[in-house]
Design a protein around this ligand. Structure first.
Ligand SMILES: *[C@@H]1O[C@H](CO)[C@@H](O)[C@H](O)[C@H]1NC(C)=O
Ligand SMILES: *[C@@H]1O[C@H](CO)[C@@H](O)[C@H](O)[C@H]1NC(C)=O
Ligand SMILES: *[C@@H]1O[C@H](CO)[C@@H](O)[C@H](O)[C@H]1NC(C)=O
Ligand SMILES: *[C@@H]1O[C@H](CO)[C@@H](O)[C@H](O)[C@H]1NC(C)=O
Length: 395
């Protein structure tokens, strides 16, 4: 067979596969608008997940209430969850069973989450007791993530909106080859801990064409992240796109390969941010690329912070033992709310940060109100291209 005709055969087979994807509409499993749907959802999931052919679980247009759900695999075939409706969580976190998150997907390979729906976690007075993003909020019941993804493989999430999560909007643990495309996370600027997407122990993760506007970091890549690509993300309000915080716990895995490209930051606390704790355990961060970024009134456009300590209990006098090396910062433009537009506060341990390269940056202080500077501690960056401001004179 020629490659062309085998392509046609393949296309026909794909077409048949798609046509045969069985639809599991939750309203056929007893879900009713404005009523609680966890039973209908888990019945629909059980049917779809055990089907031999690819299945599609549908949450149609409408307003549905949901206490909590775990969509657990493995499934017999690839599975799509299409969410077009608005799904509303319980206001009181106590309603969600102890140890569960609001919506969990786990152990599924070939999961597709699509649709234009909204998942409203109903954060608010009962979940956000303070507007201080640096407090830990464990008062009584733990606060749940809107979306929790554990051990997913070859999966994608697109189109949906996560609104007012009580805690992180999306948490990824031990996932491989997962893509977020056209994902939207939204919560008020003053909502604590509402990280857009938090990733740990995962590899080959892509986040693209997405809008994240919350009260905490837009995206956080924690320990054990490998090959994470973040492209075309609009961040703000929020606290920036970060690597870390690292070194707080023993035996953290290295972070290797984070690519933040073509992203924009609007009125965020930080732009791109690597943070490690002082007086820390050992750790390793390498192969970090921050490229083609636009900053609009950002407090700290580029920041390496090795004495990150949001709580009062850490010993700032002891250096961080997390090694940061091979960091490439290229083509970053825009405005800052502070004159120190580049802050490289590297640890005095491990010979400081190694191989930090900065090229083509143009960062002005609030629309040119004054000169800007770069700050370098325990690092000698390698500079190239046009630099506004000039690099650190003698690091
Ligand atoms: C990654 O997952 C996508 C589905 O989201 C799949 O099409 C692709 O083949 C996977 N890539 C690899 C390398 O397995
Ligand atoms: C990195 O991730 C991308 C997208 O998920 C994948 O295509 C690529 O093969 C991965 N590269 C490595 C070295 O794992
Ligand atoms: C950059 O990201 C924006 C979304 O913020 C997207 O529309 C645009 O196509 C991207 N540009 C490139 C060159 O990828
Ligand atoms: C830096 O940006 C400012 C403001 O946009 C602009 O006026 C200036 O020409 C730029 N400088 C360089 C060297 O590109």
């Amino acid at each position: 067979m020629t490659s062309k005709s085998s392509l046609i055969v393949f296309a026909i087979l794909m077409f048949i596969a798609i046509v045969h994807a069985e639809v599991f509409d939750i309203t056929k499993f007893g879900a009713k608008p404005d009523a609680e749907i966890s039973k209908a959802l888990s019945d629909a999931w059980a049917a779809a997940c055990s089907a031999q052919q690819p299945g599609q679980l549908v949450i149609p247009n409408g307003r549905f209430l949901l206490n909590a759900i775990e969509f657990k695999g493995p499934c017999k075939a690839p599975i799509e969850v299409k969410i077009d409706g608005t799904v509303i969580g319980p206001e009181d976190p106590i309603t969600i069973p102890q140890g569960s998150q609001w919506i969990t997907f786990s152990y599924v390979t070939g999961l597709t989450v699509t649709g234009s729906g909204t998942l409203d976690g109903v954060g608010g007075a009962m979940s956000w007791p303070t507007d201080d993003p640096t407090t830990t909020v464990e008062k009584g019941s733990p606060l749940q993530y809107n979306l929790n993804f554990n051990f997913l493989k070859d999966s994608s999430i697109s189109g949906i909106t996560s609104k007012d999560s009580k805690n992180y909007h999306a948490n990824l643990l031990s996932c491989t080859n997962v893509t977020f495309d056209n994902f939207h996370a939204v919560a008020p600027k003053a909502s604590p801990n509402t990280v857009g997407i938090h990733i740990v122990w995962s590899k080959s993760i892509t986040i693209k064409n997405s809008v994240i506007e919350t009260g905490d970091d837009c995206i956080q890549t924690g320990d054990g992240c490998e090959n994470v690509s973040i492209e075309g993300v609009k961040c703000g309000p929020g606290r920036g796109i970060s690597v870390g915080g690292l070194g707080r716990n023993k035996n953290e895995k290295p972070v290797k390969g984070v690519f933040v490209k073509n992203c924009s930051f609007t009125s965020t606390e930080n732009g791109v941010w690597i943070k490690t704790w002082p007086h820390s355990h050992r750790g390793d961060v390498s192969d970090i690329h921050f490229e083609d970024l636009t900053m609009d009134k950002v407090d700290n456009p580029i920041i390496i912070q090795q004495d990150y300590c949001p709580h009062i209990e850490c010993k700032k006098s002891e250096p961080s033992e997390v090694k940061i090396h091979d960091v490439f910062i290229k083509n970053v433009k825009g405005t800052s709310n502070s004159p120190e537009v580049v802050k490289l506060r590297c640890s005095s341990s491990n010979n400081g940060c190694e191989n930090v390269q900065i090229s083509d940056i143009n960062l002005t202080y609030d629309g040119n109100a004054g000169p800007t500077i770069q700050e370098c501690q325990n690092v000698k960056p390698v500079y190239a291209g046009e630099l506004v401001p000039q690099g650190c004179a003698a690091a």
